[in-house]
Design a protein around this ligand. Sequence first.
Ligand SMILES: [Zn+2]
Length: 95
Amino acid sequence: MELTGRPAVCRIPALWCRRRAAARFFDPNREEKRMPVPKRRTSKARKGKRRSHHALVPVRTVVCKHCGHATLSHTVCGNCGWYRDRQVVAIEEEE
Ligand SMILES: [Zn+2]
């Protein structure tokens, strides 16, 4: 093999190159279909639009009026078992 002239390497990054991605899975003796390869790379705008829904939001908590423990709103306090202004769930005392 001669190494004259420009090497026959495509300049497209390997991740985006359809031809190389397809060649990796190409085998003439194989009966199965080749792996599907995206026709175009995903643009920054499209990627950003897709990921606009990926943000995590913190869980909203309220302070229990009985014990001051942080609890979910509209939920019995897991620390003291009170809801609104009365005991709803009996909490066993641990030693
Ligand atoms: Zn409480």
